[in-house]
Design a binder for this molecule. Sequence first.
Ligand code: PFF
Length: 454
Amino acid sequence: MEHNIKKRSSFSGGIGFVLAAAGSAVGLGNLWRFPYLAAQYGGGIFILVYIILALTFGFALMSTEIAIGRKTKQSPGLAYKTLHKKFGFLGYLAALVPIIILPYYCVIGGWVVKYMVTFVSGQGLSAAEDTFFPTFIGDTGSPLIYYAIFLGFTAIIILLGVNKGIEKISKFLMPLLLLLSVVIVIYVFTLPNAAEGIKYYLLPDFSKFSVMTVCAAMGQMFFSMSLAMGIMITYGSYSRNDVNLTKSVNQIEIFDTIVALLSGFMVVPAVYIFSGEAGTKASGAGLMFVTLPKVFEQMNGGVFIGALFFVLVFLAALTSSISVMEAIVSSFMDRFKLSRTKSSVICLIICVAMGIPSSLGNGIWSHIKLLGMDFLTFFDYLSNSLLMPFVALCTTILVGWIVGPDVVTDEITKNGEKMGRKKLYRIMVRYVAPILLVIILISYSLAQFGIITM
Ligand code: PFF
């Protein structure tokens, strides 16, 4: 074990760690869910609720996970057991979450590559046709090839390791991602009637405010910060002891929230101008792969802006998928004492085995349903709606009530670093966060089965 600790890789410093974690946090959630939720749940009021939750609830959960990782210097599979012998089961669950997520996330990553290639090669207009998306994902070979390409990119970075792979690529891609976002937003601001669209996005609409606004903001924040996916524990375990954790958590949250807000500026006004209020009702894959190409088709220079946009989506998805693959590979390395290469190969085999049904579930296997869902939707439901809130809930119980919040606050302050919001942290982790997580757990399942709409 001593030996293992000494050999463990680490990020070279604070910036590498923050950008890698921000790379994980900034993903499809920011680009295809945040704008839609903001439009649905009252614009400015949703944004305000979201920011308050990020500074309290998100701050508490992210600090907890990163501190657990750094303290135990273990990946999630073993970190919980190191904290408390009876919580080894939580390690298995926490390690299972990224295994479920990676395959279907890479299938969607493959769709992004397809659109990126289509737009970059100047064929963007064809993507605006009604049949383009359903025909593509319903096909057998083509989505699998794009899936393999996206997974291949992810695997190469993981094989290069923590410093030469993840850290290096994040330091390069994250600033680029921010730059692309700003360029696209500036373009959207110059569109005719942009002010109308921006008003629609930003002005608070209290008639759309309800308990569901808070539920939706909570769930979105939880997913967007890459919590309960084993990722922040893994990255925390690679962070050096001299890195200021509170500052890092703040920076990661700020980065993630800025990109979410910029995504709103990119998507909501453009969709509002070209497709009216009805267009803003589309979310997820429908928004990204059906509505937006139609918006680009109507814009001057839309093919070019569309190409920039899909490059941006690709970068966001890639830096998220590497984090989730690293969580798996690092768990295998720690648990079975395997090399990075062997662990990566095992991870790839599992990913291919689970990714194929996720892809074919939109085509030749669409008749196979699990709880009424196709494979991809089912894996998404299992991880996002059930396992992740459950793992986070057990984590707050473990830290808040069993080992005590001092485990986390001591880890954060051990180098004499001050922890702002320490009192708030204790209240959040013991009382507020568990209640909010139970609400997420219930509301997500009710929404999945159509009992409530979210
Ligand atoms: N924070 C990510 C996002 O907003 O898309 C969540 C995520 C999903 C991270 C899937 C990693 C991943 F593989």
